[in-house]
Design a protein around this ligand. Sequence first.
Ligand code: NAD
Length: 338
Amino acid sequence: MRVAVFSTKAYDRRFLEAANRGFGHRLDYFEARLDASTAALAESYPAVCTFVNDRVDAAVLEILARGGTRLVALRCAGYNNVDLEAAERLGVAVVRVPAYSPEAVAEFTIGLILALDRNIPRAWNRVRENNFALDGLIGRNLSGRKVGVVGTGRIGALVARSLRSGFGCEVLASDLVEDPELVAIGVRYAAVDDLLREVDLVTLHCPLTPQTRHLIGRRRLAAARPGVTIINTSRGALIDTAALIEGLKSRQVGGVALDVYEQEADLFFEDLSNEIIQDDVFQRLLTFPNVLITGHQAFLTEEALSAIAEATLASIAEAEAGASLTRQVTARQVRGQA
Ligand code: NAD
Protein backbone atom coordinates (compact mmCIF):
# COMPACT_ATOMS: atom_id res chain seq x y z
CA MET A 1 0.00 0.00 0.00
CA ARG A 2 1.15 3.59 -0.60
CA VAL A 3 1.70 5.29 2.70
CA ALA A 4 2.44 8.96 3.48
CA VAL A 5 4.57 8.88 6.62
CA PHE A 6 4.45 12.17 8.56
CA SER A 7 6.80 13.55 11.26
CA THR A 8 9.56 11.26 10.03
CA LYS A 9 12.94 11.31 11.73
CA ALA A 10 16.00 9.34 10.56
CA TYR A 11 15.38 6.71 13.25
CA ASP A 12 11.73 6.19 12.16
CA ARG A 13 12.87 5.63 8.61
CA ARG A 14 15.57 3.17 9.71
CA PHE A 15 13.16 0.98 11.67
CA LEU A 16 10.29 1.27 9.17
CA GLU A 17 12.57 0.37 6.25
CA ALA A 18 13.91 -2.68 8.11
CA ALA A 19 10.41 -3.89 8.98
CA ASN A 20 9.09 -3.13 5.49
CA ARG A 21 11.36 -5.78 3.95
CA GLY A 22 8.72 -8.23 5.14
CA PHE A 23 5.77 -6.21 3.80
CA GLY A 24 6.75 -4.34 0.63
CA HIS A 25 4.59 -1.24 1.18
CA ARG A 26 5.57 1.95 -0.63
CA LEU A 27 6.53 4.34 2.14
CA ASP A 28 6.95 8.03 1.25
CA TYR A 29 8.48 10.04 4.08
CA PHE A 30 7.62 13.59 5.04
CA GLU A 31 9.48 15.45 7.78
CA ALA A 32 6.52 17.78 8.23
CA ARG A 33 4.06 17.33 11.03
CA LEU A 34 0.55 16.53 9.83
CA ASP A 35 -1.86 19.44 10.28
CA ALA A 36 -4.33 21.37 8.14
CA SER A 37 -1.47 23.09 6.27
CA THR A 38 0.35 19.85 5.36
CA ALA A 39 -2.54 17.39 4.93
CA ALA A 40 -2.60 18.04 1.16
CA LEU A 41 0.74 16.21 0.93
CA ALA A 42 -1.24 13.01 1.52
CA GLU A 43 -3.47 13.57 -1.54
CA SER A 44 -4.19 10.19 -3.19
CA TYR A 45 -2.42 8.15 -0.50
CA PRO A 46 -4.80 5.45 0.82
CA ALA A 47 -2.89 5.36 4.12
CA VAL A 48 -1.26 7.99 6.31
CA CYS A 49 1.14 7.18 9.14
CA THR A 50 1.41 9.64 12.03
CA PHE A 51 2.99 10.17 15.47
CA VAL A 52 2.06 11.72 18.81
CA ASN A 53 2.09 15.41 17.88
CA ASP A 54 0.50 15.15 14.44
CA ARG A 55 -2.87 16.86 14.47
CA VAL A 56 -5.54 14.47 13.25
CA ASP A 57 -8.58 16.65 13.98
CA ALA A 58 -11.82 16.94 11.99
CA ALA A 59 -10.43 19.57 9.59
CA VAL A 60 -7.37 17.43 8.78
CA LEU A 61 -9.45 14.27 8.45
CA GLU A 62 -11.77 16.03 5.99
CA ILE A 63 -8.79 16.96 3.78
CA LEU A 64 -7.41 13.42 4.05
CA ALA A 65 -10.77 11.80 3.24
CA ARG A 66 -11.28 14.13 0.24
CA GLY A 67 -7.84 13.07 -1.02
CA GLY A 68 -8.73 9.38 -0.83
CA THR A 69 -7.14 8.39 2.50
CA ARG A 70 -8.98 5.53 4.20
CA LEU A 71 -6.53 4.61 6.96
CA VAL A 72 -4.64 6.57 9.62
CA ALA A 73 -1.95 4.41 11.23
CA LEU A 74 -0.61 5.89 14.49
CA ARG A 75 2.94 4.84 15.37
CA CYS A 76 2.07 5.19 19.05
CA ALA A 77 -0.29 3.94 21.73
CA GLY A 78 -2.06 7.19 22.68
CA TYR A 79 -4.75 8.48 20.29
CA ASN A 80 -5.72 11.71 22.09
CA ASN A 81 -4.63 13.69 19.00
CA VAL A 82 -7.26 12.03 16.77
CA ASP A 83 -10.91 13.04 16.39
CA LEU A 84 -12.28 9.49 16.29
CA GLU A 85 -15.90 10.64 15.82
CA ALA A 86 -14.91 12.62 12.72
CA ALA A 87 -12.83 9.68 11.42
CA GLU A 88 -15.83 7.37 11.76
CA ARG A 89 -18.13 9.85 10.04
CA LEU A 90 -15.68 10.25 7.14
CA GLY A 91 -15.02 6.52 6.73
CA VAL A 92 -11.37 6.73 7.80
CA ALA A 93 -10.21 3.81 9.95
CA VAL A 94 -7.70 4.51 12.71
CA VAL A 95 -5.17 1.98 13.99
CA ARG A 96 -2.59 2.39 16.71
CA VAL A 97 0.12 0.32 18.40
CA PRO A 98 -1.45 -0.50 21.75
CA ALA A 99 1.44 -2.31 23.42
CA TYR A 100 4.77 -2.06 21.63
CA SER A 101 7.01 -2.10 24.66
CA PRO A 102 5.51 -1.03 27.97
CA GLU A 103 8.88 -1.99 29.48
CA ALA A 104 10.56 0.86 27.55
CA VAL A 105 8.32 3.49 29.17
CA ALA A 106 8.23 1.85 32.61
CA GLU A 107 12.03 1.56 32.78
CA PHE A 108 12.45 5.18 31.69
CA THR A 109 9.99 6.25 34.38
CA ILE A 110 12.07 4.50 37.04
CA GLY A 111 15.14 6.17 35.53
CA LEU A 112 13.54 9.61 35.88
CA ILE A 113 12.51 8.92 39.48
CA LEU A 114 16.06 7.93 40.43
CA ALA A 115 17.71 10.72 38.45
CA LEU A 116 15.48 13.35 40.07
CA ASP A 117 15.52 11.92 43.58
CA ARG A 118 19.29 11.42 43.66
CA ASN A 119 20.19 14.62 41.74
CA ILE A 120 22.12 12.69 39.11
CA PRO A 121 21.94 15.31 36.28
CA ARG A 122 23.01 18.09 38.71
CA ALA A 123 25.87 15.94 40.01
CA TRP A 124 27.07 15.19 36.48
CA ASN A 125 27.05 18.88 35.58
CA ARG A 126 29.20 19.60 38.64
CA VAL A 127 31.68 16.79 37.98
CA ARG A 128 32.18 18.03 34.42
CA GLU A 129 33.47 21.27 35.96
CA ASN A 130 35.67 19.44 38.47
CA ASN A 131 33.28 20.37 41.26
CA PHE A 132 33.08 17.32 43.49
CA ALA A 133 31.28 19.00 46.40
CA LEU A 134 28.19 17.13 47.59
CA ASP A 135 26.26 20.00 49.21
CA GLY A 136 22.75 20.21 47.80
CA LEU A 137 22.82 16.69 46.39
CA ILE A 138 21.24 14.85 49.31
CA GLY A 139 18.60 12.44 48.02
CA ARG A 140 16.12 10.06 49.58
CA ASN A 141 15.87 6.28 49.59
CA LEU A 142 13.06 4.83 47.51
CA SER A 143 12.87 1.86 49.84
CA GLY A 144 10.03 2.32 52.32
CA ARG A 145 8.65 5.43 50.57
CA LYS A 146 4.92 5.81 50.00
CA VAL A 147 4.40 6.28 46.28
CA GLY A 148 1.35 6.54 44.03
CA VAL A 149 0.72 5.16 40.54
CA VAL A 150 -2.23 6.64 38.63
CA GLY A 151 -3.25 4.26 35.84
CA THR A 152 -2.20 0.65 36.30
CA GLY A 153 -2.55 -0.55 32.72
CA ARG A 154 0.37 -2.02 30.80
CA ILE A 155 2.95 0.62 31.76
CA GLY A 156 1.63 1.61 35.19
CA ALA A 157 1.44 -2.02 36.33
CA LEU A 158 5.12 -2.55 35.48
CA VAL A 159 6.07 0.62 37.33
CA ALA A 160 3.96 -0.34 40.35
CA ARG A 161 5.45 -3.84 40.40
CA SER A 162 8.98 -2.50 40.17
CA LEU A 163 8.45 0.07 42.92
CA ARG A 164 6.74 -2.47 45.17
CA SER A 165 8.71 -5.68 44.60
CA GLY A 166 11.99 -4.18 43.38
CA PHE A 167 12.44 -1.12 45.58
CA GLY A 168 10.24 -2.04 48.54
CA CYS A 169 7.98 1.00 48.37
CA GLU A 170 4.52 1.20 49.85
CA VAL A 171 2.47 1.57 46.66
CA LEU A 172 -0.96 3.17 46.34
CA ALA A 173 -2.67 2.99 42.96
CA SER A 174 -5.64 4.55 41.26
CA ASP A 175 -7.46 3.18 38.22
CA LEU A 176 -10.99 2.59 36.97
CA VAL A 177 -10.30 -1.14 37.30
CA GLU A 178 -8.12 -2.83 39.91
CA ASP A 179 -5.38 -5.23 38.86
CA PRO A 180 -5.71 -8.28 41.16
CA GLU A 181 -2.06 -9.25 40.55
CA LEU A 182 -0.95 -5.89 41.96
CA VAL A 183 -3.31 -6.23 44.91
CA ALA A 184 -1.76 -9.66 45.53
CA ILE A 185 1.70 -8.10 45.96
CA GLY A 186 0.37 -5.49 48.38
CA VAL A 187 -0.54 -2.57 46.14
CA ARG A 188 -3.47 -0.69 47.67
CA TYR A 189 -6.05 1.01 45.43
CA ALA A 190 -7.50 4.41 46.36
CA ALA A 191 -9.28 7.34 44.70
CA VAL A 192 -6.86 9.88 43.16
CA ASP A 193 -7.72 12.51 45.80
CA ASP A 194 -7.01 10.13 48.67
CA LEU A 195 -3.85 8.84 46.99
CA LEU A 196 -2.48 12.35 46.56
CA ARG A 197 -3.11 13.20 50.20
CA GLU A 198 -0.98 10.23 51.28
CA VAL A 199 1.92 9.72 48.89
CA ASP A 200 5.10 11.76 48.58
CA LEU A 201 5.71 10.74 44.98
CA VAL A 202 3.11 10.18 42.27
CA THR A 203 3.68 8.86 38.74
CA LEU A 204 1.05 9.23 35.99
CA HIS A 205 0.23 6.40 33.57
CA CYS A 206 -3.37 6.94 32.51
CA PRO A 207 -4.33 8.05 28.99
CA LEU A 208 -5.26 11.64 28.18
CA THR A 209 -9.05 11.80 27.84
CA PRO A 210 -11.59 14.55 28.54
CA GLN A 211 -11.91 13.02 32.05
CA THR A 212 -8.14 13.03 32.77
CA ARG A 213 -7.23 16.44 31.27
CA HIS A 214 -5.62 18.47 34.10
CA LEU A 215 -6.04 15.53 36.46
CA ILE A 216 -3.30 17.25 38.43
CA GLY A 217 -4.53 20.81 38.81
CA ARG A 218 -4.66 23.60 41.37
CA ARG A 219 -7.20 21.94 43.70
CA ARG A 220 -5.48 18.55 43.87
CA LEU A 221 -2.03 20.10 44.23
CA ALA A 222 -3.22 22.22 47.16
CA ALA A 223 -4.65 19.12 48.88
CA ALA A 224 -1.61 16.93 48.14
CA ARG A 225 1.01 16.05 50.69
CA PRO A 226 3.38 19.06 50.98
CA GLY A 227 6.57 18.55 48.99
CA VAL A 228 5.01 15.94 46.70
CA THR A 229 7.13 14.77 43.75
CA ILE A 230 5.34 14.41 40.42
CA ILE A 231 6.46 12.21 37.52
CA ASN A 232 4.70 12.28 34.14
CA THR A 233 5.68 10.05 31.24
CA SER A 234 2.13 9.74 29.92
CA ARG A 235 0.70 12.87 28.27
CA GLY A 236 1.50 16.48 29.12
CA ALA A 237 -2.07 17.74 29.51
CA LEU A 238 -2.68 15.41 32.46
CA ILE A 239 -1.05 18.27 34.39
CA ASP A 240 -2.12 21.91 34.48
CA THR A 241 1.35 23.38 33.97
CA ALA A 242 0.47 26.84 35.35
CA ALA A 243 -0.75 25.22 38.58
CA LEU A 244 2.38 23.07 38.70
CA ILE A 245 4.60 26.16 38.48
CA GLU A 246 2.65 27.81 41.31
CA GLY A 247 3.13 24.64 43.34
CA LEU A 248 6.87 24.62 42.67
CA LYS A 249 7.20 28.29 43.62
CA SER A 250 5.39 27.75 46.94
CA ARG A 251 7.33 24.48 47.53
CA GLN A 252 4.03 22.58 47.80
CA VAL A 253 5.53 20.58 44.93
CA GLY A 254 8.98 19.28 45.89
CA GLY A 255 10.17 17.91 42.56
CA VAL A 256 8.99 17.23 39.03
CA ALA A 257 10.19 14.95 36.25
CA LEU A 258 8.43 15.21 32.91
CA ASP A 259 8.90 13.37 29.65
CA VAL A 260 5.80 15.03 28.24
CA TYR A 261 4.53 18.60 28.33
CA GLU A 262 1.16 20.18 27.59
CA GLN A 263 2.43 22.37 24.74
CA GLU A 264 5.17 20.00 23.58
CA ALA A 265 3.98 19.96 19.96
CA ASP A 266 5.72 23.31 19.37
CA LEU A 267 9.02 22.13 20.89
CA PHE A 268 9.69 18.44 21.13
CA PHE A 269 11.43 16.24 18.55
CA GLU A 270 13.20 19.27 16.98
CA ASP A 271 16.68 20.74 17.46
CA LEU A 272 15.85 24.29 18.57
CA SER A 273 19.27 25.03 20.05
CA ASN A 274 19.72 28.09 17.81
CA GLU A 275 16.17 29.36 18.23
CA ILE A 276 14.55 31.74 20.70
CA ILE A 277 11.98 29.70 22.57
CA GLN A 278 8.68 31.57 22.68
CA ASP A 279 7.02 29.38 25.32
CA ASP A 280 7.51 31.32 28.57
CA VAL A 281 5.78 28.66 30.66
CA PHE A 282 8.24 26.01 29.49
CA GLN A 283 11.16 28.38 30.04
CA ARG A 284 9.97 29.03 33.60
CA LEU A 285 9.82 25.29 34.26
CA LEU A 286 13.46 24.98 33.20
CA THR A 287 14.57 27.47 35.86
CA PHE A 288 13.69 25.25 38.84
CA PRO A 289 16.57 23.21 40.28
CA ASN A 290 14.14 20.42 41.20
CA VAL A 291 12.65 19.96 37.71
CA LEU A 292 13.95 17.42 35.22
CA ILE A 293 12.58 17.36 31.67
CA THR A 294 13.19 15.06 28.73
CA GLY A 295 11.67 15.47 25.28
CA HIS A 296 9.17 12.58 25.01
CA GLN A 297 11.75 9.83 24.72
CA ALA A 298 10.43 7.20 27.15
CA PHE A 299 9.43 5.00 24.20
CA LEU A 300 12.79 5.37 22.43
CA THR A 301 14.45 1.95 22.60
CA GLU A 302 15.58 -0.39 19.82
CA GLU A 303 12.97 -2.91 20.91
CA ALA A 304 10.11 -0.41 20.97
CA LEU A 305 10.96 1.15 17.60
CA SER A 306 11.14 -2.31 15.97
CA ALA A 307 7.84 -3.35 17.52
CA ILE A 308 6.16 -0.06 16.50
CA ALA A 309 7.35 -0.44 12.89
CA GLU A 310 6.26 -4.11 12.68
CA ALA A 311 2.81 -3.53 14.16
CA THR A 312 2.17 -0.39 12.08
CA LEU A 313 3.08 -2.08 8.81
CA ALA A 314 1.10 -5.20 9.77
CA SER A 315 -1.99 -3.03 10.34
CA ILE A 316 -1.50 -1.40 6.93
CA ALA A 317 -1.22 -4.89 5.37
CA GLU A 318 -4.49 -5.90 7.07
CA ALA A 319 -6.20 -2.83 5.61
CA GLU A 320 -4.79 -3.57 2.15
CA ALA A 321 -6.09 -7.16 2.34
CA GLY A 322 -9.52 -5.95 3.50
CA ALA A 323 -9.07 -7.99 6.68
CA SER A 324 -10.37 -6.92 10.06
CA LEU A 325 -8.04 -4.44 11.75
CA THR A 326 -6.69 -6.00 14.93
CA ARG A 327 -5.31 -2.72 16.29
CA GLN A 328 -8.21 -0.48 15.31
CA VAL A 329 -9.44 2.16 17.71
CA THR A 330 -12.96 3.49 17.24
CA ALA A 331 -15.08 6.20 18.81
CA ARG A 332 -17.51 3.49 19.92
CA GLN A 333 -14.79 1.59 21.83
CA VAL A 334 -13.71 4.78 23.56
CA ARG A 335 -17.31 5.74 24.41
CA GLY A 336 -17.73 2.24 25.87
CA GLN A 337 -14.72 2.80 28.20
CA ALA A 338 -15.88 6.20 29.44
P1 NAD B 1 -3.14 1.19 29.09
O1 NAD B 1 -4.37 1.45 28.28
O2 NAD B 1 -2.60 -0.21 29.14
O3 NAD B 1 -3.37 1.68 30.59
C1 NAD B 1 -3.98 2.88 30.92
C2 NAD B 1 -4.68 2.67 32.26
O4 NAD B 1 -5.21 3.93 32.68
C3 NAD B 1 -5.86 1.69 32.18
O5 NAD B 1 -5.72 0.70 33.18
C4 NAD B 1 -7.08 2.58 32.42
O6 NAD B 1 -8.13 1.90 33.10
C5 NAD B 1 -6.47 3.67 33.28
N1 NAD B 1 -7.28 4.87 33.34
C6 NAD B 1 -8.07 5.42 32.40
N2 NAD B 1 -8.68 6.51 32.90
C7 NAD B 1 -8.25 6.66 34.17
C8 NAD B 1 -8.52 7.61 35.19
N3 NAD B 1 -9.39 8.61 35.00
N4 NAD B 1 -7.90 7.45 36.40
C9 NAD B 1 -7.04 6.43 36.61
N5 NAD B 1 -6.76 5.50 35.67
C10 NAD B 1 -7.36 5.61 34.46
O7 NAD B 1 -2.06 2.21 28.53
P2 NAD B 1 -0.46 2.07 28.67
O8 NAD B 1 0.06 1.29 27.52
O9 NAD B 1 -0.12 1.69 30.04
O10 NAD B 1 -0.04 3.59 28.39
C11 NAD B 1 -0.41 4.63 29.29
C12 NAD B 1 -0.15 5.96 28.64
O11 NAD B 1 1.26 6.15 28.48
C13 NAD B 1 -0.68 6.09 27.20
O12 NAD B 1 -2.04 6.52 27.20
C14 NAD B 1 0.22 7.11 26.57
O13 NAD B 1 -0.39 8.37 26.66
C15 NAD B 1 1.47 7.09 27.44
N6 NAD B 1 2.69 6.69 26.71
C16 NAD B 1 3.76 7.53 26.73
C17 NAD B 1 4.93 7.17 26.06
C18 NAD B 1 6.17 8.04 26.08
O14 NAD B 1 7.08 7.84 25.26
N7 NAD B 1 6.31 8.99 27.00
C19 NAD B 1 4.98 5.97 25.34
C20 NAD B 1 3.86 5.15 25.36
C21 NAD B 1 2.70 5.51 26.04
